[in-house]
Every structure is written in structure tokens, then in C-alpha cells.
Design a protein around this ligand. Structure first.
Ligand code: URA
Length: 185
């Protein structure tokens, strides 16, 4: 994991390297049973080099503690490790340049469960494991079981916590999806 981190910190594979302050490799336990995969760092993450430390991150912390999980017990990362300017969506080219780091992190951690946050992470992770799926509206909160080289793994797509900050109705949807995660655990 240290090698992956070093490669991320020195990466220049796409133009985000020119505008980022700090790459954000991700953090948490390498022995985590659960991985959370978001989209890309925002302003606070870019400033600190840490994932989910802004407003969306505070809400993620609340969701974790609502089911008795601590941040240190899980691994939190993003598909794209550098901030897109003005928090725009990551491009296909940026995802293409960056996804190898997430792939390596998944292979090293071998999580039992991956929770994707938002549609970019959902599309990437479900497609990677060849899971047919619909939109995030249809697929959030569903429990997808896949087999990979190291056994069985569960993928639970969820809305992005930032979406609930803009649309408060999604707050209870995310809370319910975390209850699903708890029951799977
Ligand atoms: N949004 C994300 O998708 N990732 C972060 O790290 C912060 C906000």
C-alpha cells in the first residue's frame, strides 16, 4: 500500500496534476472489511490530502457512527485521486488514467464489502466486476454479490453524501442504505 501511495503522490498521468494542491490517496485500515469509494477530492480534501474531510465527509462520519463503525476501521478512497477544478465531474480520460490505483487498493485490501458513493463510483465498480445494473436511483441500497480472485465480495451502491446536503430527502435514503450495510455486516 505504501508503494501505491507513493505512486499516487508523484503521479502526473493526467492534467489534474497541474491544478491539484495535494493528491488524496485514501486512508484507513489495510485490514478493513469495508471500503468506501467516492468520486474525487473536493477543496478541503485537496488542501489536506485526506479523503472526505469537508461537509460531505462530516455526514459520512455521522452515517458510519450511526451503525457503530469508526473511520479507522474502514478504508475510504475515491476513483479519482486529484481534485477536478471547480469540483466538476471527473472525465472518462481522468478515470481511465487513475483507476489502476483503486484497482490496486482493492487487490491489496481484499474487502468483503465495497460501498460506492455516487454514480461515478457505482458505475466504475459494478462495471469492473461485470455486474449489470441500472441507474443509481434503481440500484442504491441493493446488495450485489460478486466472485473475484479472492472469493465472494458484496457491493452496495449508495448515493453520494454530498447529494443529501443539496437534497435533504436523500438523507433518510442514505441512512436506510447504511442500515442495509449494517444488516449485511
Ligand atoms: N467527495 C468525494 O467524492 N470524495 C471526497 O474525498 C470528498 C468529497
Amino acid at each position: 500500500m505504501d508503494d501505491v501511495k507513493k505512486s499516487i503522490l508523484t503521479c502526473n498521468k493526467c492534467d489534474l496534476a497541474k491544478t491539484r494542491k495535494n493528491p488524496v490517496p485514501g486512508e484507513g485500515s489495510v485490514h478493513a472489511r469495508i471500503m468506501f469509494v467516492g468520486e474525487a477530492p473536493g477543496a478541503m480534501e485537496d488542501a489536506t490530502g485526506r479523503p472526505f474531510v469537508g461537509r460531505a465527509g462530516k455526514f459520512l462520519d455521522e452515517l458510519l457512527s450511526s451503525i457503530g463503525l469508526k473511520r479507522e476501521e474502514v478504508f475510504i478512497t475515491n476513483i479519482v485521486k486529484c481534485r477536478p477544478p471547480q469540483n466538476r465531474d471527473p472525465t472518462d480520460a481522468e478515470i481511465e488514467a487513475c483507476h489502476v490505483f483503486l484497482d490496486d487498493q482493492i487487490s491489496i485490501i481484499r474487502p468483503k464489502i465495497i460501498c460506492t458513493l455516487g454514480r461515478f463510483a457505482m458505475n466504475y465498480v459494478l462495471d469492473k466486476f461485470n455486474v449489470p445494473h441500472g441507474s443509481i436511483t434503481e440500484s442504491h441500497g441493493r446488495v450485489f454479490e460478486v466472485r473475484n480472485l479472492f472469493g465472494k465480495m458484496i457491493i452496495i451502491p449508495m448515493y453520494h453524501p454530498a447529494a443529501a446536503l443539496y437534497n435533504p430527502q436523500l438523507k433518510s435514503v442514505l441512512e436506510d442504505d447504511f442500515k442495509t450495510l449494517k444488516s449485511v455486516l
